[in-house]
Ligand binder design. Structure first.
Ligand SMILES: C[S@@+](CC[C@H](N)C(=O)[O-])C[C@H]1O[C@@H](n2cnc3c(N)ncnc32)[C@H](O)[C@@H]1O
Length: 259
C-alpha cells in the first residue's frame, strides 16, 4: 500500500536536486558570454571574479572555460552549492564554491568584478536589504571594480506567469514537479510554488512531497535607480535584456553595471 508525506522546505533545498532539469531551457552559455562581454566593455583588465547567488554553478563553470578568470562562486543554499561542487569536480574545475548569504559576505579576497544573475536580487524585499547588499559588495571590490546584476520588471512577471504557471514535468521515473506561478501586481510580489514529488521504489511505495514557496519582489527600473542613488555606487550602464543597448520602459530584464 502506498502512503504520502508532505513537508515544506526552505527555498532551494529540495529544488536543488532537480534545479538544472527545471532550468533546462535556460541558455546559460549565452548568459555567461553576455557577462563576459560586459566585463570586456567595462573592466577589461579583470582577473578575479566573485559570483553571488551562483546556484548550481552553471554560469561560473561556463565562464571558467574562457580561461581568463579566477572565480569564486557563492550561494546561500548549501544544497545548491553542493550541486555546484559536484559539477565542478566532474570537470576538474578550480572554482572555489562556498555557501554564503549575500547580505553577510565574509571573504578575505577582493575582486575586479562581482556579479549575480537570474533575478537573484529580486529575493530582497526591502530597499534597506538592497542597500545592504551594495554595501557588502563595495567592501570586497577592488578600486575601480564593477558590480553587475540583473532584475526582472513587472512586465516580465506578467508575461512569465503565462508559461510558468501550471508548468509540470516528469524528471525521471521517480521524480516529478509541479509549479504554480502567480503575480500580485498591486504589491508586486511574484510567487513560484514548487511541489516536488518523489515516488521511489526504494521507498517501499511511499510518496514524498516537498514544497517550496518562493516570493520575489518585483521592482520597476525607476525604483531600482532611486535605490541605487542611496548607495556608494555610480551607474555605468543599465542594459536591456541580454543586449548592450540601454534599458527602456518595456525592458523585461535589466542588467545593471555599477562602479
Ligand atoms: C533564481 S536562482 C539563480 C541561481 C543561479 N544564479 C542561476 O542563474 O541558475 C536564485 C538563487 O539565489 C540564491 N539566494 C537567494 N537569496 C540569497 C541570499 N540572501 N544569499 C545568497 N544566495 C541567495 C538562491 O539560493 C538561488 O540559488
Amino acid at each position: 500500500m502506498s502512503s504520502k508525506s508532505t513537508s515544506e522546505k526552505p527555498n532551494y533545498s529540495a529544488l536543488a536536486d532537480i534545479y538544472d532539469l527545471v532550468m533546462a531551457d535556460v541558455d546559460y552559455e549565452t548568459w555567461a558570454d553576455y557577462i563576459d562581454e560586459i566585463i570586456l566593455e567595462h573592466n577589461p583588465e579583470t582577473s578575479d571574479i566573485l559570483e553571488l547567488a551562483c546556484g548550481t554553478g552553471t554560469i561560473a563553470l561556463s565562464l571558467e572555460e574562457l580561461d581568463c578568470y579566477t572565480i569564486t562562486a557563492t550561494d546561500g543554499s548549501a544544497q545548491m552549492v553542493q550541486k555546484a561542487i559536484e559539477k565542478g569536480e566532474r570537470v576538474h574545475s578550480e572554482i572555489e564554491f562556498l555557501t554564503m548569504d549575500f547580505l553577510d559576505i565574509r571573504l578575505q579576497k577582493t575582486f575586479d568584478v562581482v556579479f549575480m544573475v537570474f533575478d537573484s536580487i529580486n529575493y530582497l524585499h526591502t530597499e534597506d536589504e538592497i542597500i545592504q547588499l551594495h554595501a557588502q559588495v563595495k567592501n570586497i571590490l577592488k578600486p575601480g571594480g564593477i558590480f553587475i546584476y540583473d532584475f526582472t520588471t513587472p512586465r516580465n512577471s506578467r508575461k512569465a506567469i503565462q508559461f510558468l504557471n501550471n508548468d509540470q514535468k516528469e524528471i525521471n521515473g521517480q521524480t516529478r514537479y509541479f509549479r504554480e506561478s502567480t503575480f500580485d501586481a498591486k504589491n508586486r510580489i511574484h510567487t513560484n510554488y514548487f511541489r516536488i514529488i518523489k515516488d521511489s521504489a526504494l521507498n517501499r511505495g511511499k510518496e514524498e512531497v516537498f514544497e517550496e514557496k518562493h516570493h520575489q519582489k518585483i521592482y520597476t527600473h525607476k525604483e531600482m535607480l532611486s535605490i541605487i542613488k542611496k548607495t556608494d555606487f555610480t551607474i555605468l550602464q543599465a542594459y536591456d535584456g541580454f543586449e548592450l543597448r540601454p534599458a527602456h520602459e518595456r525592458s523585461l530584464r535589466i542588467t545593471m553595471v555599477l562602479q
